[in-house]
Design a protein around this ligand. Structure first.
Ligand code: AMP
Ligand code: MN
Ligand code: MN
Ligand code: MN
Length: 281
């Protein structure tokens, strides 16, 4: 059975609705997955309903935005197995989404100052509550300003570009406690893409800081990880008795060659997540 524990729907910056995403995942042979939208769990019930009809097991999930050291350190923490009815987690996600809306306004202001007026109505049309840079990138393509979303990031939205505003987030402690409070496990998403590679002391010392806050696992398999990075992450996970997870980080047809089930993650990863969840209960 193929598993995939990192997927986005259009409740955040994916392009497919939760049900459509389940249909594609099933067609790709995925038997168990987690929907992990940025700062939003509203797509999970629809995914679970369609997943049930298709024979795809759907774990609850979220990819929470974390911002530390005045946004110099930004990372994503995946929560798996969280309750969808936990008022504190709900509130935490609502806070991040509200910050996302305010930040999108700042990006639009910066674009205007850079000579690129964007119609807020166009962005509202393209963006859900968990609005992010990909929606603004798509609006720039729709408005004919950029040829592709990738080009929009390169020209305006990446760190260092004229309209860059750091991603909003909560502190790592708040994020991990919020996930634990909702009965879930907290896993550091794509650690090499969280500043860990360049951090003084490297990946392990970067991860060590979050271990002390109760981090449960590492995302070991991700399309952007090199084989060498995967080996290193596995070593670190074993040393600290961390759960190892992985997934496609599928966002729709946005990255050539990446589909649900892309890395053919095996059922042992599902078992690892289940065991870690059982230990928390
Ligand atoms: P945000 O959370 O609003 O800062 O947006 C980050 C999201 O933008 C990531 O989750 C990716 O989906 C996407 N992203 C980041 N960098 C790029 C890039 N260079 N090109 C296209 N999409 C990107
Ligand atoms: Mn994304
Ligand atoms: Mn991420
Ligand atoms: Mn993601």
């Amino acid at each position: 059975m193929i598993c995939d524990f990192h997927l986005h729907s259009n409740r955040s910056d994916g392009t497919l609705g939760p049900a459509e995403l389940m249909e594609l995942a099933a067609a790709q042979g995925v038997g168990a997955l987690a929907l992990t939208d940025h700062d939003d769990v509203s797509g999970v019930p629809e995914a679970q309903r369609r997943g049930c009809e298709l024979g795809v097991e759907v774990l609850t999930g979220v990819e929470l935005s974390v911002s530390e050291e005045e946004a110099r350190v930004q990372m994503h923490i995946l929560g798996f197995g969280v309750s969808l009815e936990d008022p504190r987690l709900d509130e935490l996600l609502a806070v991040v989404r509200a910050r996302r809306v305010a930040r999108a306004g700042e990006i639009v202001d910066r674009l205007r100052r850079a000579g690129v007026p964007l119609d807020p109505a166009l962005i509202r049309e393209l963006a859900p509550a968990a609005i992010g840079r990909p929606h603004i990138a798509r609006a720039l393509v729709r408005a004919g300003v950029c040829k592709s979303a990738e080009a929009a990031f390169g020209r305006y939205l990446r760190r260092g570009a004229p309209a860059f505003v750091p991603s909003p987030g909560v502190g790592a402690r708040e994020a991990i406690e919020g996930i634990h409070g909702a009965g879930g496990i907290a896993v550091l998403a794509h650690p090499p893409r969280s500043g860990g590679v360049d951090a003084p002391g490297g990946l392990e010392s970067f991860i060590w800081r979050w271990l002390r806050l109760g981090l449960d696992g590492l995302e070991v398999w991700h399309p952007r990880h090199s084989r060498q990075q995967v080996r290193k992450l596995r070593r670190i996970a074993r040393r600290h008795e961390l759960v190892e997870t992985g997934g496609s980080d599928f966002h729709g047809e946005t990255r050539a060659g990446v589909l649900p089930g892309h890395l053919a993650i095996g059922p042992e990863v599902l078992n690892g997540i289940r065991e870690a969840l059982a230990r928390r209960h």
